[in-house]
Design a protein around this ligand. Structure first.
Ligand code: NAI
Ligand code: MG
Length: 479
Protein backbone atom coordinates (compact mmCIF):
# COMPACT_ATOMS: atom_id res chain seq x y z
CA UNK A 1 0.00 0.00 0.00
CA UNK A 2 1.42 3.33 -1.04
CA UNK A 3 2.26 6.04 1.49
CA UNK A 4 2.06 9.54 0.05
CA UNK A 5 4.09 12.46 1.38
CA UNK A 6 3.81 16.23 1.30
CA UNK A 7 5.34 18.13 -1.61
CA UNK A 8 7.44 21.06 -0.47
CA UNK A 9 10.05 22.88 -2.59
CA UNK A 10 9.98 20.03 -5.15
CA UNK A 11 10.79 17.44 -2.45
CA UNK A 12 8.62 14.70 -0.96
CA UNK A 13 8.53 14.98 2.81
CA UNK A 14 6.81 13.09 5.61
CA UNK A 15 4.76 15.16 8.01
CA UNK A 16 7.00 16.62 10.73
CA UNK A 17 5.39 14.45 13.39
CA UNK A 18 5.28 11.40 11.09
CA UNK A 19 1.53 10.65 11.38
CA UNK A 20 -0.75 9.40 8.61
CA UNK A 21 -4.37 9.43 7.39
CA UNK A 22 -5.97 6.35 5.80
CA UNK A 23 -7.35 6.75 2.26
CA UNK A 24 -10.45 4.68 1.45
CA UNK A 25 -11.97 3.67 -1.85
CA UNK A 26 -15.64 4.71 -1.63
CA UNK A 27 -16.68 2.05 -4.16
CA UNK A 28 -15.56 -0.74 -1.80
CA UNK A 29 -14.73 0.76 1.60
CA UNK A 30 -11.19 -0.67 1.33
CA UNK A 31 -8.11 1.21 2.48
CA UNK A 32 -5.98 1.95 -0.57
CA UNK A 33 -3.20 4.30 0.57
CA UNK A 34 -1.95 6.51 3.38
CA UNK A 35 -1.42 10.26 3.40
CA UNK A 36 0.81 12.50 5.48
CA UNK A 37 -1.16 14.12 8.30
CA UNK A 38 0.22 17.63 7.90
CA UNK A 39 -0.19 20.23 10.63
CA UNK A 40 0.99 23.70 11.53
CA UNK A 41 4.75 22.94 11.22
CA UNK A 42 4.27 21.41 7.78
CA UNK A 43 2.20 24.37 6.60
CA UNK A 44 4.95 26.66 7.92
CA UNK A 45 7.56 24.84 5.86
CA UNK A 46 5.37 25.07 2.78
CA UNK A 47 4.69 28.79 3.19
CA UNK A 48 8.40 29.42 3.69
CA UNK A 49 9.23 27.45 0.52
CA UNK A 50 6.67 29.47 -1.44
CA UNK A 51 8.05 32.75 -0.09
CA UNK A 52 11.56 31.72 -1.14
CA UNK A 53 10.35 30.79 -4.62
CA UNK A 54 9.12 34.36 -5.14
CA UNK A 55 12.64 35.72 -4.75
CA UNK A 56 14.25 32.72 -6.50
CA UNK A 57 14.10 31.12 -9.92
CA UNK A 58 10.27 31.18 -10.08
CA UNK A 59 10.02 34.86 -9.22
CA UNK A 60 12.55 35.83 -11.90
CA UNK A 61 10.68 34.24 -14.82
CA UNK A 62 8.91 36.45 -17.33
CA UNK A 63 5.16 36.06 -17.75
CA UNK A 64 5.81 34.34 -21.09
CA UNK A 65 8.14 31.83 -19.47
CA UNK A 66 5.60 31.09 -16.74
CA UNK A 67 2.96 30.56 -19.40
CA UNK A 68 5.16 28.14 -21.30
CA UNK A 69 5.75 26.06 -18.19
CA UNK A 70 2.00 25.89 -17.47
CA UNK A 71 1.34 24.87 -21.07
CA UNK A 72 3.94 22.10 -20.76
CA UNK A 73 2.38 20.88 -17.50
CA UNK A 74 -1.01 20.76 -19.23
CA UNK A 75 0.45 18.52 -21.94
CA UNK A 76 2.06 16.41 -19.20
CA UNK A 77 -1.33 15.96 -17.56
CA UNK A 78 -2.75 14.61 -20.83
CA UNK A 79 0.18 12.19 -21.18
CA UNK A 80 -0.87 10.81 -17.78
CA UNK A 81 -4.60 10.71 -18.52
CA UNK A 82 -5.06 6.97 -18.00
CA UNK A 83 -3.19 6.98 -14.70
CA UNK A 84 -4.96 10.06 -13.34
CA UNK A 85 -8.37 8.69 -14.40
CA UNK A 86 -7.76 5.40 -12.62
CA UNK A 87 -6.45 7.05 -9.44
CA UNK A 88 -9.37 9.48 -9.28
CA UNK A 89 -11.92 6.71 -9.81
CA UNK A 90 -10.45 4.74 -6.91
CA UNK A 91 -9.89 7.69 -4.59
CA UNK A 92 -13.21 9.55 -4.90
CA UNK A 93 -15.48 7.02 -6.65
CA UNK A 94 -16.01 8.94 -9.88
CA UNK A 95 -17.22 6.75 -12.75
CA UNK A 96 -14.33 6.46 -15.23
CA UNK A 97 -15.92 8.71 -17.88
CA UNK A 98 -16.45 11.50 -15.34
CA UNK A 99 -12.95 11.08 -13.87
CA UNK A 100 -11.49 11.30 -17.38
CA UNK A 101 -13.44 14.48 -18.10
CA UNK A 102 -11.86 16.04 -15.01
CA UNK A 103 -8.36 15.21 -16.29
CA UNK A 104 -9.20 16.84 -19.62
CA UNK A 105 -10.53 19.91 -17.78
CA UNK A 106 -7.36 20.17 -15.65
CA UNK A 107 -5.24 20.08 -18.81
CA UNK A 108 -7.50 22.67 -20.44
CA UNK A 109 -7.14 25.03 -17.44
CA UNK A 110 -3.36 24.85 -17.80
CA UNK A 111 -3.61 25.46 -21.54
CA UNK A 112 -5.94 28.43 -20.96
CA UNK A 113 -3.93 30.05 -18.15
CA UNK A 114 -0.62 29.18 -19.82
CA UNK A 115 -1.74 31.15 -22.87
CA UNK A 116 -3.12 34.00 -20.72
CA UNK A 117 -0.09 34.59 -18.51
CA UNK A 118 1.48 37.31 -20.69
CA UNK A 119 -1.78 39.01 -21.66
CA UNK A 120 -2.68 40.71 -18.40
CA UNK A 121 -1.86 44.39 -18.69
CA UNK A 122 -2.77 47.60 -16.95
CA UNK A 123 -3.86 51.05 -18.11
CA UNK A 124 -2.68 54.59 -18.36
CA UNK A 125 -5.00 57.08 -16.70
CA UNK A 126 -5.65 60.69 -17.80
CA UNK A 127 -4.57 62.94 -14.91
CA UNK A 128 -3.20 66.42 -14.20
CA UNK A 129 -0.87 68.11 -16.68
CA UNK A 130 2.72 67.02 -16.20
CA UNK A 131 1.80 63.53 -14.95
CA UNK A 132 1.65 60.08 -16.44
CA UNK A 133 -0.22 57.50 -14.39
CA UNK A 134 0.05 53.77 -14.91
CA UNK A 135 -1.60 50.76 -13.38
CA UNK A 136 0.15 47.40 -13.25
CA UNK A 137 -0.97 44.01 -11.98
CA UNK A 138 1.33 42.25 -9.54
CA UNK A 139 0.97 38.83 -7.93
CA UNK A 140 -0.34 38.83 -4.35
CA UNK A 141 2.68 36.77 -3.27
CA UNK A 142 1.99 33.49 -1.46
CA UNK A 143 -1.49 32.17 -2.20
CA UNK A 144 -3.25 29.50 -0.15
CA UNK A 145 -5.66 27.11 -1.88
CA UNK A 146 -8.08 24.98 0.15
CA UNK A 147 -9.60 22.46 -2.24
CA UNK A 148 -12.69 20.27 -1.68
CA UNK A 149 -13.09 16.62 -2.64
CA UNK A 150 -15.82 16.83 -5.28
CA UNK A 151 -13.73 18.01 -8.26
CA UNK A 152 -10.15 17.98 -6.98
CA UNK A 153 -8.49 18.20 -10.39
CA UNK A 154 -10.85 20.82 -11.82
CA UNK A 155 -10.71 23.07 -8.78
CA UNK A 156 -6.93 22.73 -8.59
CA UNK A 157 -6.75 23.69 -12.26
CA UNK A 158 -8.91 26.77 -12.01
CA UNK A 159 -7.38 28.16 -8.85
CA UNK A 160 -3.73 27.10 -9.06
CA UNK A 161 -3.58 27.66 -12.83
CA UNK A 162 -4.63 31.30 -12.53
CA UNK A 163 -2.49 31.91 -9.43
CA UNK A 164 0.69 30.58 -11.05
CA UNK A 165 -0.02 32.37 -14.34
CA UNK A 166 0.00 35.65 -12.39
CA UNK A 167 3.30 34.75 -10.73
CA UNK A 168 2.14 33.81 -7.24
CA UNK A 169 3.68 30.89 -5.35
CA UNK A 170 1.10 28.51 -3.95
CA UNK A 171 0.41 26.32 -0.94
CA UNK A 172 -2.34 23.81 -1.63
CA UNK A 173 -4.33 21.97 1.08
CA UNK A 174 -6.42 19.33 -0.69
CA UNK A 175 -9.40 17.70 1.03
CA UNK A 176 -8.41 14.67 3.08
CA UNK A 177 -10.85 12.58 0.96
CA UNK A 178 -9.24 13.54 -2.36
CA UNK A 179 -5.48 14.10 -2.39
CA UNK A 180 -4.10 11.48 -4.72
CA UNK A 181 -4.51 13.10 -8.14
CA UNK A 182 -3.32 16.42 -6.71
CA UNK A 183 -0.12 14.77 -5.44
CA UNK A 184 0.31 13.00 -8.77
CA UNK A 185 -0.12 16.39 -10.45
CA UNK A 186 2.80 17.75 -8.41
CA UNK A 187 5.01 14.96 -9.76
CA UNK A 188 3.98 15.90 -13.32
CA UNK A 189 4.52 19.63 -12.69
CA UNK A 190 8.03 18.98 -11.40
CA UNK A 191 8.86 16.72 -14.35
CA UNK A 192 7.68 19.40 -16.76
CA UNK A 193 9.97 22.01 -15.21
CA UNK A 194 8.04 23.89 -12.52
CA UNK A 195 10.69 25.60 -10.36
CA UNK A 196 10.95 24.59 -6.70
CA UNK A 197 8.52 26.24 -4.30
CA UNK A 198 6.05 27.56 -6.90
CA UNK A 199 3.70 24.75 -5.84
CA UNK A 200 3.67 23.19 -2.38
CA UNK A 201 1.13 20.66 -1.15
CA UNK A 202 0.35 19.80 2.46
CA UNK A 203 -2.20 17.04 3.03
CA UNK A 204 -4.06 16.77 6.31
CA UNK A 205 -7.33 17.37 8.09
CA UNK A 206 -9.22 20.61 7.62
CA UNK A 207 -9.19 21.49 11.30
CA UNK A 208 -5.40 20.99 11.40
CA UNK A 209 -3.62 21.76 8.10
CA UNK A 210 -6.55 23.78 6.66
CA UNK A 211 -6.94 25.93 9.75
CA UNK A 212 -3.17 26.45 9.97
CA UNK A 213 -3.10 27.69 6.39
CA UNK A 214 -6.05 30.07 6.77
CA UNK A 215 -4.58 31.54 9.99
CA UNK A 216 -1.06 31.88 8.59
CA UNK A 217 0.38 35.37 8.94
CA UNK A 218 2.68 35.07 5.91
CA UNK A 219 0.16 34.27 3.17
CA UNK A 220 -1.23 37.04 0.95
CA UNK A 221 -4.44 35.54 -0.44
CA UNK A 222 -6.59 32.50 0.13
CA UNK A 223 -8.93 30.71 -2.23
CA UNK A 224 -11.48 28.40 -0.60
CA UNK A 225 -14.12 26.13 -2.13
CA UNK A 226 -16.30 24.06 0.18
CA UNK A 227 -19.10 24.36 2.72
CA UNK A 228 -20.57 27.67 3.86
CA UNK A 229 -19.70 26.86 7.48
CA UNK A 230 -16.02 26.16 6.82
CA UNK A 231 -15.84 29.11 4.43
CA UNK A 232 -16.96 31.39 7.22
CA UNK A 233 -14.20 30.02 9.48
CA UNK A 234 -11.57 30.49 6.78
CA UNK A 235 -12.69 34.07 6.12
CA UNK A 236 -12.74 34.88 9.83
CA UNK A 237 -9.21 33.51 10.30
CA UNK A 238 -7.89 35.37 7.25
CA UNK A 239 -9.59 38.60 8.35
CA UNK A 240 -7.36 38.71 11.44
CA UNK A 241 -4.40 39.19 9.10
CA UNK A 242 -6.29 41.30 6.52
CA UNK A 243 -5.73 38.53 3.97
CA UNK A 244 -8.17 38.68 1.02
CA UNK A 245 -10.33 35.63 0.45
CA UNK A 246 -12.16 34.15 -2.53
CA UNK A 247 -15.03 31.94 -1.36
CA UNK A 248 -17.02 29.49 -3.45
CA UNK A 249 -19.55 27.92 -1.13
CA UNK A 250 -22.01 25.88 -3.11
CA UNK A 251 -25.68 26.47 -3.69
CA UNK A 252 -29.22 25.35 -4.28
CA UNK A 253 -29.34 26.24 -7.94
CA UNK A 254 -32.63 26.17 -9.83
CA UNK A 255 -33.55 25.41 -13.42
CA UNK A 256 -36.74 27.22 -14.37
CA UNK A 257 -38.81 25.56 -17.10
CA UNK A 258 -41.52 27.59 -18.85
CA UNK A 259 -44.31 25.92 -20.81
CA UNK A 260 -42.93 27.06 -24.18
CA UNK A 261 -39.51 25.45 -23.57
CA UNK A 262 -38.10 22.75 -25.83
CA UNK A 263 -38.58 19.87 -23.40
CA UNK A 264 -36.77 17.35 -25.59
CA UNK A 265 -33.67 19.48 -25.21
CA UNK A 266 -34.26 20.51 -21.59
CA UNK A 267 -35.00 17.19 -19.85
CA UNK A 268 -31.54 15.59 -20.21
CA UNK A 269 -30.01 18.79 -18.75
CA UNK A 270 -32.55 18.89 -15.92
CA UNK A 271 -31.60 15.38 -14.80
CA UNK A 272 -27.90 15.42 -15.53
CA UNK A 273 -27.29 18.66 -13.63
CA UNK A 274 -28.68 16.90 -10.56
CA UNK A 275 -27.00 13.51 -10.75
CA UNK A 276 -23.63 14.35 -12.35
CA UNK A 277 -20.86 13.38 -9.90
CA UNK A 278 -23.60 11.80 -7.73
CA UNK A 279 -24.98 15.30 -7.10
CA UNK A 280 -21.77 16.40 -5.36
CA UNK A 281 -21.39 19.54 -7.43
CA UNK A 282 -21.44 23.09 -6.07
CA UNK A 283 -23.41 24.21 -9.11
CA UNK A 284 -25.65 21.13 -9.20
CA UNK A 285 -29.20 21.98 -10.14
CA UNK A 286 -30.96 20.57 -7.12
CA UNK A 287 -34.24 22.47 -7.68
CA UNK A 288 -36.44 22.16 -10.78
CA UNK A 289 -39.21 24.77 -11.10
CA UNK A 290 -41.82 24.06 -13.78
CA UNK A 291 -44.76 26.04 -15.15
CA UNK A 292 -47.91 24.23 -14.08
CA UNK A 293 -49.28 23.40 -17.54
CA UNK A 294 -46.23 21.21 -18.31
CA UNK A 295 -45.49 20.14 -14.71
CA UNK A 296 -46.82 16.57 -14.97
CA UNK A 297 -45.21 16.11 -18.38
CA UNK A 298 -41.78 17.17 -17.05
CA UNK A 299 -42.15 14.93 -13.99
CA UNK A 300 -43.06 11.97 -16.22
CA UNK A 301 -40.09 12.58 -18.52
CA UNK A 302 -37.62 13.09 -15.67
CA UNK A 303 -38.98 10.04 -13.83
CA UNK A 304 -38.37 7.87 -16.86
CA UNK A 305 -34.74 8.97 -16.86
CA UNK A 306 -34.41 8.46 -13.11
CA UNK A 307 -35.75 4.89 -13.34
CA UNK A 308 -33.02 4.14 -15.91
CA UNK A 309 -30.18 5.40 -13.65
CA UNK A 310 -27.83 2.70 -12.39
CA UNK A 311 -25.54 3.26 -9.42
CA UNK A 312 -22.41 1.16 -8.91
CA UNK A 313 -18.62 1.04 -8.54
CA UNK A 314 -16.55 3.69 -10.32
CA UNK A 315 -14.84 1.03 -12.43
CA UNK A 316 -18.21 -0.08 -13.86
CA UNK A 317 -18.59 3.42 -15.30
CA UNK A 318 -22.35 3.71 -14.78
CA UNK A 319 -24.17 7.05 -14.76
CA UNK A 320 -23.76 7.36 -10.97
CA UNK A 321 -20.91 6.16 -8.72
CA UNK A 322 -20.72 6.07 -4.94
CA UNK A 323 -20.63 9.33 -3.00
CA UNK A 324 -17.22 10.25 -1.64
CA UNK A 325 -17.45 8.74 1.85
CA UNK A 326 -19.68 7.03 4.40
CA UNK A 327 -19.86 10.41 6.14
CA UNK A 328 -21.31 12.06 3.00
CA UNK A 329 -23.70 9.13 2.51
CA UNK A 330 -24.97 9.63 6.08
CA UNK A 331 -25.57 13.38 5.43
CA UNK A 332 -27.65 12.55 2.32
CA UNK A 333 -29.56 9.76 4.06
CA UNK A 334 -30.44 12.13 6.90
CA UNK A 335 -32.06 14.46 4.35
CA UNK A 336 -33.95 11.53 2.78
CA UNK A 337 -35.09 10.52 6.28
CA UNK A 338 -36.49 14.03 6.80
CA UNK A 339 -38.29 13.74 3.44
CA UNK A 340 -39.90 10.46 4.53
CA UNK A 341 -40.83 11.75 7.97
CA UNK A 342 -42.46 14.86 6.45
CA UNK A 343 -44.34 12.79 3.89
CA UNK A 344 -42.71 14.22 0.75
CA UNK A 345 -43.61 12.31 -2.41
CA UNK A 346 -40.95 10.38 -4.30
CA UNK A 347 -41.61 10.72 -8.04
CA UNK A 348 -38.91 8.25 -9.07
CA UNK A 349 -35.62 6.68 -8.00
CA UNK A 350 -32.61 5.07 -9.65
CA UNK A 351 -31.27 1.65 -8.73
CA UNK A 352 -28.14 0.51 -6.93
CA UNK A 353 -26.82 -2.47 -8.92
CA UNK A 354 -27.20 -5.75 -6.97
CA UNK A 355 -23.48 -6.59 -7.02
CA UNK A 356 -22.37 -3.21 -5.62
CA UNK A 357 -19.99 -3.91 -2.69
CA UNK A 358 -21.81 -3.76 0.66
CA UNK A 359 -19.27 -1.35 2.17
CA UNK A 360 -19.45 1.10 -0.73
CA UNK A 361 -21.03 4.54 -0.20
CA UNK A 362 -24.02 4.14 -2.55
CA UNK A 363 -27.13 6.30 -2.58
CA UNK A 364 -30.08 5.77 -4.95
CA UNK A 365 -30.82 8.96 -6.96
CA UNK A 366 -34.15 10.39 -5.81
CA UNK A 367 -36.56 12.85 -7.43
CA UNK A 368 -38.99 14.42 -4.93
CA UNK A 369 -42.13 16.17 -6.22
CA UNK A 370 -44.39 18.95 -4.86
CA UNK A 371 -41.81 19.95 -2.27
CA UNK A 372 -42.92 23.10 -0.42
CA UNK A 373 -40.50 25.94 -1.26
CA UNK A 374 -39.66 26.62 2.39
CA UNK A 375 -39.01 22.96 3.24
CA UNK A 376 -35.44 22.07 4.31
CA UNK A 377 -35.03 19.88 1.23
CA UNK A 378 -35.86 22.87 -1.00
CA UNK A 379 -33.59 25.25 0.94
CA UNK A 380 -30.44 23.41 2.09
CA UNK A 381 -27.57 22.03 0.03
CA UNK A 382 -27.84 18.22 0.12
CA UNK A 383 -24.76 17.44 -1.98
CA UNK A 384 -26.07 14.11 -3.20
CA UNK A 385 -28.17 12.75 -6.09
CA UNK A 386 -31.42 14.31 -4.89
CA UNK A 387 -33.56 16.83 -6.78
CA UNK A 388 -36.78 18.53 -5.78
CA UNK A 389 -39.38 19.62 -8.31
CA UNK A 390 -42.17 22.13 -7.76
CA UNK A 391 -44.73 24.01 -9.90
CA UNK A 392 -45.24 27.74 -10.53
CA UNK A 393 -48.00 29.78 -12.21
CA UNK A 394 -46.35 33.02 -13.36
CA UNK A 395 -43.00 34.54 -14.28
CA UNK A 396 -43.12 36.57 -11.10
CA UNK A 397 -43.61 33.49 -8.95
CA UNK A 398 -40.88 31.62 -10.84
CA UNK A 399 -38.43 34.42 -10.09
CA UNK A 400 -39.38 34.58 -6.41
CA UNK A 401 -38.86 30.82 -6.10
CA UNK A 402 -35.59 30.86 -8.04
CA UNK A 403 -34.20 33.59 -5.78
CA UNK A 404 -35.82 32.25 -2.64
CA UNK A 405 -32.90 30.50 -0.94
CA UNK A 406 -29.86 31.83 0.94
CA UNK A 407 -27.67 30.81 -2.02
CA UNK A 408 -26.97 32.39 -5.40
CA UNK A 409 -24.59 30.38 -7.58
CA UNK A 410 -26.21 29.35 -10.87
CA UNK A 411 -29.64 29.68 -12.48
CA UNK A 412 -30.96 27.90 -15.58
CA UNK A 413 -33.83 29.33 -17.65
CA UNK A 414 -35.71 27.33 -20.26
CA UNK A 415 -37.99 29.35 -22.55
CA UNK A 416 -38.08 30.49 -26.17
CA UNK A 417 -39.48 33.93 -25.28
CA UNK A 418 -36.55 36.32 -25.76
CA UNK A 419 -37.89 39.05 -23.51
CA UNK A 420 -38.55 36.59 -20.71
CA UNK A 421 -35.07 35.10 -21.11
CA UNK A 422 -33.44 38.47 -20.49
CA UNK A 423 -35.85 39.64 -17.76
CA UNK A 424 -35.20 36.44 -15.84
CA UNK A 425 -31.44 36.51 -16.48
CA UNK A 426 -31.18 40.10 -15.26
CA UNK A 427 -33.27 39.48 -12.15
CA UNK A 428 -31.75 36.13 -11.15
CA UNK A 429 -29.58 36.33 -8.04
CA UNK A 430 -26.74 34.16 -9.33
CA UNK A 431 -23.16 34.41 -10.53
CA UNK A 432 -23.94 32.46 -13.70
CA UNK A 433 -27.15 32.22 -15.72
CA UNK A 434 -27.70 29.63 -18.43
CA UNK A 435 -30.45 30.16 -21.01
CA UNK A 436 -31.61 26.99 -22.77
CA UNK A 437 -28.55 25.14 -21.48
CA UNK A 438 -27.02 24.34 -18.13
CA UNK A 439 -23.30 24.01 -17.64
CA UNK A 440 -22.89 23.02 -14.00
CA UNK A 441 -20.16 25.62 -13.65
CA UNK A 442 -19.78 26.06 -17.36
CA UNK A 443 -16.55 25.88 -19.33
CA UNK A 444 -13.04 26.82 -18.33
CA UNK A 445 -13.46 30.16 -20.14
CA UNK A 446 -16.51 31.32 -18.16
CA UNK A 447 -16.09 33.37 -14.96
CA UNK A 448 -17.69 31.53 -12.06
CA UNK A 449 -18.66 32.34 -8.49
CA UNK A 450 -21.59 33.31 -6.36
CA UNK A 451 -23.63 35.99 -4.69
CA UNK A 452 -25.31 35.78 -1.25
CA UNK A 453 -24.26 32.67 0.76
CA UNK A 454 -22.66 31.14 -2.34
CA UNK A 455 -19.62 33.32 -1.71
CA UNK A 456 -17.72 36.07 -3.45
CA UNK A 457 -14.90 36.53 -5.92
CA UNK A 458 -14.67 34.92 -9.35
CA UNK A 459 -12.54 32.05 -10.57
CA UNK A 460 -12.30 30.57 -14.06
CA UNK A 461 -12.05 32.55 -17.27
CA UNK A 462 -9.67 35.48 -17.77
CA UNK A 463 -11.36 37.26 -14.85
CA UNK A 464 -9.71 34.89 -12.35
CA UNK A 465 -6.31 36.39 -13.17
CA UNK A 466 -7.36 39.75 -11.71
CA UNK A 467 -8.45 37.98 -8.52
CA UNK A 468 -4.97 36.53 -8.12
CA UNK A 469 -3.34 39.94 -8.61
CA UNK A 470 -3.20 43.23 -6.84
CA UNK A 471 -3.24 46.47 -8.78
CA UNK A 472 -0.53 49.05 -8.27
CA UNK A 473 -1.00 52.66 -9.40
CA UNK A 474 2.16 54.52 -10.38
CA UNK A 475 1.90 58.30 -10.66
CA UNK A 476 4.85 59.95 -12.42
CA UNK A 477 5.50 63.70 -12.42
CA UNK A 478 7.61 64.72 -15.39
CA UNK A 479 6.54 68.36 -15.83
P1 NAI B 1 -15.58 21.39 4.08
O1 NAI B 1 -15.99 22.75 3.65
O2 NAI B 1 -15.36 21.20 5.53
O3 NAI B 1 -14.25 20.95 3.31
C1 NAI B 1 -13.68 21.65 2.22
C2 NAI B 1 -12.20 21.86 2.45
O4 NAI B 1 -12.03 22.65 3.63
C3 NAI B 1 -11.40 20.58 2.69
O5 NAI B 1 -10.11 20.72 2.12
C4 NAI B 1 -11.27 20.55 4.19
O6 NAI B 1 -10.14 19.82 4.66
C5 NAI B 1 -11.11 22.03 4.51
N1 NAI B 1 -11.43 22.40 5.89
C6 NAI B 1 -12.30 21.78 6.75
N2 NAI B 1 -12.32 22.41 7.94
C7 NAI B 1 -11.46 23.46 7.84
C8 NAI B 1 -11.06 24.49 8.73
N3 NAI B 1 -11.53 24.56 9.98
N4 NAI B 1 -10.18 25.41 8.28
C9 NAI B 1 -9.71 25.37 7.02
N5 NAI B 1 -10.03 24.40 6.15
C10 NAI B 1 -10.90 23.46 6.54
O7 NAI B 1 -16.69 20.39 3.53
P2 NAI B 1 -16.95 18.85 3.91
O8 NAI B 1 -17.04 18.70 5.38
O9 NAI B 1 -15.99 18.00 3.20
O10 NAI B 1 -18.40 18.62 3.27
C11 NAI B 1 -19.58 19.03 3.96
C12 NAI B 1 -20.55 19.73 3.05
O11 NAI B 1 -19.92 20.86 2.46
C13 NAI B 1 -21.05 18.94 1.87
O12 NAI B 1 -22.13 18.12 2.23
C14 NAI B 1 -21.45 20.02 0.91
O13 NAI B 1 -22.75 20.50 1.22
C15 NAI B 1 -20.47 21.13 1.18
N6 NAI B 1 -19.37 21.14 0.16
C16 NAI B 1 -19.45 22.03 -0.87
C17 NAI B 1 -18.49 22.02 -1.87
C18 NAI B 1 -18.53 22.96 -3.01
O14 NAI B 1 -18.04 22.65 -4.08
N7 NAI B 1 -19.06 24.15 -2.86
C19 NAI B 1 -17.39 21.05 -1.87
C20 NAI B 1 -17.36 20.19 -0.69
C21 NAI B 1 -18.35 20.24 0.27
MG1 MG C 1 -10.75 9.26 -0.93
Amino acid sequence: MKTYRNFIANEWRDAVDGEHIAVRNPSTGEELARLARGRREDVDLAVRAARQALSGEWGRLTATERGRILTRIGAGVLKNIDLLTEIEARDVGKPLTQARADVVALARYLEFYGASADKVHGDTIPYQNGFTVLTIYEPHGVTGHIIPWNYPMQILGRSLGAALAMGNAAVVKPAEEACLTILEFARIAQEEGLPAGALNIVTGFGAEAGAALSEHTDINHISFTGSARTGEMVQTAAAKNAVPVTLELGGKSAQVVFADADLDRAVPFLVNAGIQNAGQTCSASSRILVERSVYEDVIARMSEKYRALKVGPAESDLSVGPVVSQRQKAIIEDFLGVARKDGLTVAAQGTIVPDAPADGAYVAPTLLRDVPPDHRLAQEEIFGPVQVIMPFDSEEEALALANGTPYGLVCGIWTNDGGRQLRMARAAQAGQVFINNYGAGGGVELPFGGVKKSGHGREKGFEALYGFASMKTISIFHG
